[in-house]
Design a binder for this molecule. Structure first.
Ligand SMILES: NC(=O)c1ccc[n+]([C@@H]2O[C@H](COP(=O)([O-])OP(=O)(O)OC[C@H]3O[C@@H](n4cnc5c(N)ncnc54)[C@H](OP(=O)(O)O)[C@@H]3O)[C@@H](O)[C@H]2O)c1
Length: 296
């Protein structure tokens, strides 16, 4: 059976990708054949394409870290034709392809959400859930770039788990829409002026955990707002600038600064632990920002 897939043959941008025709091999015992439904274009996909990610890209390759699809043929006892599935981890062959074929053990069977929702469950939603597991049950969580897709996941989960959340965005234009979606969250513009306002909030509800997708000045402001003994987790660098640290914050507040990378978290977890969390996420009504859709 012939199908089309994207192919990066050298470091490139999205519009330099080739679309090539390929042929599926025989379906072996234990494998499933999946027709792609949706596959997101993620920041990490673009970094992989340009060979600017934390791990070296190995050309040629088909990009795409996640997605959802329908089983069209199965030789695995746990899957039947028509099941909606997502890959449990980054597949050898990426998801920007009309068809995927691999061992059924590498897939998760989606129970109750749409193919569109499922396509982004494994990376952003799971990352948000895992990062919030660092919340120790007291105080508030501070999140920047809160209008991002993962920001929406963090806000939905925090709301569901009754975690007080302070969310910052860089553009005033995104604030009203975000506040309407998440009425319980405290939403502020990410600038110098917000420091005093959030400090007033933190007098009553100390900020013990900060999740940093931006770096630069925004990450630095988070350090200033964290309570004594608090933790900042950096998981993205949207500003392209490194987060400054402050000697006094580290010395007198004894802050912990660490990173989060989903891939290395997944390596520590069993398949059952990952599936349990994906089930938890399916049960939430995860909200998403507006996105653009393209046909492959
Ligand atoms: N470490 C991990 O394992 C892991 C896992 C998942 C995601 N991530 C990272 O998380 C980040 C967000 O991913 P996503 O898929 O949720 O992104 P997204 O949906 O594309 O959203 C990015 C948002 O960030 C805002 N933004 C961009 N640059 C900014 C800046 N300099 N300061 C403040 N806001 C800025 C933009 O909003 P406006 O333009 O409207 O301001 C945009 O809405 C990315 O860096 C991604 O790589 C990391």
């Amino acid at each position: 059976m012939k199908f089309r897939k994207a192919l990066a043959t050298e470091p490139c941008s999205l519009n330099q990708l080739e679309i090539v025709e390929a042929e599926l091999g025989e379906l072996h015992e234990g494998e499933i054949r999946v027709k792609m439904a949706y596959a997101p274009i993620r920041h990490s996909d673009l970094n992989h394409l340009s060979d600017n990610y934390g791990t070296a890209s190995c050309y040629p390759f088909t990009p795409g870290g996640e997605g959802s699809g329908w089983v069209v043929e199965s030789r695995h006892s746990a899957f039947s034709e028509g099941d909606l599935v997502i890959p449990l981890n980054r597949m050898e062959e990426g998801t920007w392809s009309e068809m995927w074929q691999a061992s059924g053990d590498l897939f998760y069977k989606v129970q109750s959400i749409s193919a569109k929702q499922a396509a982004t469950l494994r990376i952003n939603a799971l990352s948000a859930l895992l990062m919030l597991e660092n919340y120790r049950g007291e105080g508030a969580v501070l999140v920047n770039a809160a209008n991002s897709h993962i920001g929406f996941c963090l806000l939905t989960i925090a709301q569901e788990q009754s975690i007080p959340i302070v969310a910052t965005v860089r553009n005033e234009s995104s604030m009203a829409a975000l506040q309407a979606e998440f009425p319980e969250a405290t939403i502020r513009l990410d600038d110098r002026e917000m420091i005093e306002e959030i400090q007033a909030f933190a007098q009553k509800t100390p900020i013990n955990l900060a999740l940093n997708a931006v770096g630069g000045e925004s990450g630095f402001r988070q350090l200033n707002l964290l309570n004594k003994g608090g933790t900042q987790i950096t998981y993205g660098g949207l500003s392209g600038s490194p987060t400054k640290t402050s000697a006094s914050a580290l010395i007198f507040k004894n802050l912990t600064i660490k990173g989060f990378w989903l891939q290395s978290e997944l390596e520590k977890m069993t398949k059952t632990e990952v599936c349990q969390r994906l089930r938890t996420l399916e049960a939430l009504d995860l909200k998403t920002p507006e996105v653009e859709w393209f046909t492959f």
